[in-house]
Design a protein around this ligand. Sequence first.
Ligand code: COS
Length: 385
Amino acid sequence: MDYGFTEEQLMIRDLARQIAQEKIKPVRQHYDETGEFPHDIFKVFAGADLCGLYIEEQYGGMGGGIVELVIAVEEFSKVCSGIALSLAATALGTFPIILHGSDEQKKKYLPRIASGQSLAAFGLTEAEAGSDASGIKTTAVKDGDHYILNGTKQWITNGGEADIYVVIAMTDKKKGPRGASAIIVEKGTPGFTFGKKENKMGIRASATRELVFQDCRVPKANLMGREGMGFIVAMKTLDQSRPGVAAQALGIAAGALEEAVQYSRQRRQFGSPICSFQGVQFMLADMATQVEAARTLVYQAARYIDSGAKDIGKISAMCKLFASDTAMRVTTDAVQVFGGYGYMKEYPVEKMMRDAKITQIYEGTNQIQREVIGLSLIKEAASGK
Ligand code: COS
């Protein structure tokens, strides 16, 4: 299928596909079983110049956008979405710097991220603030030329592995969402430690940890934009990053489909390969149709964001919602096509099914995505669009 990619985008796709097959496939089971962080693979991403795909050339990146990012994330996720997440979650932590960072902040942090020297992470979620993002309790109190941070962030992807964290904290509790601010905190800052590493159902190669701030002094220069902009920074960041989750889900679904088609040609029952049975063919046909629909929506959303459009929230939420629901359905059906073998760890589809689930939950549950889409529709209708 021709998706209208440029020469450069096709090169990125081929390179990512090659890395996925040659470097990630042989080790994915190891990382899934051990839950270790795939430092060696991240070095491969860096060596192939893929860490700066979406970062401007003046900061050492490739000068691409969301399209380039989703192409790479899809290819890696076809083989292991947990490993792919090291790149996608770094993008999540980098978008606020790209969107709202000062020149100094961009010069200081983006080249390190583009070269793969540093991973990034985004610290929004807390124990009691998930879907209700404005319910965060972490505080940042001004003290001369510093902010003093106190609080705990939960389930932070790349937690402990990243060097650069964009943290959303309350600088003025009384103001609710308008009292939140976005602040960059570097690993190694006194008062900043990591809590327990989570033992997860899927994406086990990815590090998920608490960020703990205890009287952590951060220079005032690390504030992004103005005080009070933190909630908007967070929402705009999620608008940019959700296609990355969608690409991860798309890759998982496409990978599971590929495995199911191959297996159905080899597995024989009643004297024939099971792909000769209409029941199996219909399942594969539905899986393939859903994958193709998700792919179209993900690429469309990525292109729309890269066009510089402002009203990206709805399409971003749509592609995340649709691709993640597709990933869950398609991986469940892939396990079904494999039958009893699909339930065993020797075959990759059980891992893909476990990995798929989180894409319906993180960076906003799919219930939240529906709310974002619904509210956008109502807003559009009210404004006569
Ligand atoms: N872009 C820019 N501004 C936005 C925005 C967006 N996408 N979404 C909301 N805002 C603004 C609103 O315009 C409003 O601004 P004003 O106060 O100036 O009017 C402000 O942010 C508050 O918006 P709202 O009242 O809609 O906030 P709610 O608390 O009702 O939250 C949802 C809305 C539920 C959509 C939001 O909290 C959300 O996305 N939650 C999920 C968060 C999430 O994904 N968590 C997982 C994190 S994993 S990294």
